[in-house]
Design a protein around this ligand. Structure first.
Ligand code: GDP
Length: 180
């Protein structure tokens, strides 16, 4: 019995160590690129991913300035992630609607943020690649129910076809209390 318990602990430990390795390619950099530059590069350079970008948008007569850290690549080194989200007002967690495992992995990031992130961080979940409905693996309803259960913003997006990208950021800025 003890051996089984030890094995269970070991496999849990292994899973939690390995999950950050699995979630590249969901479209994080492409979403930021679409939002900031309004363009899509199918051969987006992975190094773009480790970047910081800003964009200011006018919404309801107010200017909203977004300071965006794209942590692509960094999730390989999960220990570095807190550097990015510690001072953040919001986090967008992206999964790929055509890959079920990216939706399971997302739940780990939510847990991580809730445990170690700023207490009032706004969490948004984006189900990206919604242009690929023919090969969909994650039902929109399931993702929406999950997002509701954790009070997160939820949208399905397509960085490729520019679907819901601006809406995602506008909804985030609506939820962030203004500085004044
Ligand atoms: P990241 O590793 O999460 O930053 O993902 P990338 O932005 O590098 O994108 C990974 C791959 O998915 C690239 O080949 C993109 O062209 C592709 N991709 C990103 N967004 C979309 C999308 O909305 N639709 C489709 N069909 N492909 C996308």
């Amino acid at each position: 019995r003890l051996v089984i318990q030890i094995l269970e602990h070991l496999s849990e430990l292994l899973t939690s160590l390995l999950w950050p390795l699995k979630d590249t390619g969901v479209g994080k950099s492409s979403i930021v690129w679409r939002f900031v530059e309004d363009s899509f590069d199918p051969n987006i350079n992975p190094t773009i991913g480790a970047s910081f970008m800003t964009k200011t948008v006018q919404y309801q007569n107010e200017l909203h300035k977004f300071l965006i850290w794209d942590t692509a690549g960094q999730e390989r080194f999960r220990a570095l992630a807190p550097m990015y989200y510690r001072g953040s007002a919001a986090a967008i967690i992206v999964y790929d609607i055509t890959k079920e495992e990216t939706f399971s992995t997302l739940k780990n990031w939510v847990r991580e943020l809730r445990q170690h992130g700023p207490p009032n961080i706004v969490v948004a979940i984006a189900g990206n690649k919604c242009d690929l409905i023919d090969v969909r693996e994650v039902m929109e309803r399931d993702a929406k129910d999950y997002a509701d259960s954790i009070h997160a913003i939820f949208v399905e997006t397509s960085a490729k076809n520019a679907i819901n990208i601006n809406e995602l950021f506008i909804e985030i800025s609506r939820r962030i209390p203004s500085a004044d």
